[in-house]
Design a protein around this ligand. Structure first.
Ligand code: ADP
Ligand code: MG
Length: 266
């Protein structure tokens, strides 16, 4: 299988992008896949959550997108076997201004990925099965770069009342990118997050989203689970912190659905 690049995107903050990137990435690695997470968020939460403190972030995704650093040089190992990361940090908040005059501003990440693919084909670096991009909470240049350079978008959707409204804006952006920058762009799927079975609202949002998006919605629903929010404080994915909690189990199921969808495509 060649490398499959998936952008984890939703312009709303706090919907579970970073939690999904970390724990889906870990579950894919646990299933034997080689995985790279690219931290595109100035908050660097995916980096911290995978045990890479700011002092250990030598080359970051900023250096890749702005200064032409090679992805193969910026990859770092994590505490999880087969899971590597290109860290992010607060410099990423300056990307928008830095790129404003660059005619290839939307292709910076794609160009870096193309160079990486060539290196991997020449056995100069690891060939990842999956690259997951943890996007920032905006439809900024970084998210556009991620969508331009990826194969598919995975959308975490929080089970709350206005979830669908933000989604239509995201889907329009995906359409625009498909029309202008990346005609091959697909939607890998939509995953419902922070599902609370005690709240009628969660079931209502699930019913609405499923009736509208049908099979694009993963069967797996990520429950609201305090272990998922505690784990990053220990610099660990939930799967390492408590592999039996409901959140870990859900991300393991999600990983097998993601793998299954990729198999069906092939
Ligand atoms: P985003 O990256 O979209 O901003 P995060 O993944 O950082 O969202 O999640 C926002 C907050 O919610 C974080 O504090 C995270 O720990 C918590 N969180 C995410 N998913 C869950 C969940 N399924 N159950 C409980 N807390 C969660
Ligand atoms: Mg985040």
């Amino acid at each position: 299988m060649s490398t499959r690049i998936i952008a984890v995107a939703n312009q709303k903050g706090g919907v579970g992008k970073t939690t999904t990137s970390i724990n889906l990435g870990t579950a894919l690695a646990a299933a034997g896949r080689k995985v790279l997470i690219i931290d595109f968020d100035p908050q660097g939460n995916a980096s911290t959550g995978l045990g890479i403190p700011p002092s250990e972030r030598e080359l970051t995704s900023y250096d890749v997108v702005i200064d032409g650093a090679e992805i193969k040089a910026a990859c770092k190992e994590t505490i999880i076997p087969r899971l590597h990361i290109v860290p992010g940090d607060e410099n990423l908040s300056g990307v928008e201004t830095k790129l404003s005059d660059d005619p290839r501003r939307s292709y910076r990440f794609k160009d870096a990925m193309d160079a990486y693919r060539e290196s991997a084909a020449n056995d100069e670096c690891v060939e990842y099965d999956f690259v997951l991009i943890d996007c920032p909470p905006s439809l900024s240049s970084l998210t556009i770069n991620a969508m331009t350079g990826c194969d598919a978008v995975l959308v975490p959707l929080q089970c709350e009342f206005f979830a669908m409204e933000g989604l239509s804006q995201l889907l329009r952006t995906i359409e625009v990118v498909r029309g202008a920058l990346n005609s091959e762009l697909e939607i890998q799927g939509i995953v419902l997050t922070m599902y609370d079975k005690r709240q009628a609202q969660s079931a209502q949002v699930e019913a609405d989203v499923r009736s509208f998006f049908g099979s694009k919605v993963y069967e797996t629903v990520i429950p609201r689970n305090v272990r998922l929010s505690e784990a990053p404080g220990f610099g660990k994915p939930a799967l390492l912190y408590d592999h039996k909690c409901s959140g870990s189990e859900a991300y393991i199921k999600l990983a097998s659905e993601v793998i299954q969808r990729e198999r069906e495509r092939a």
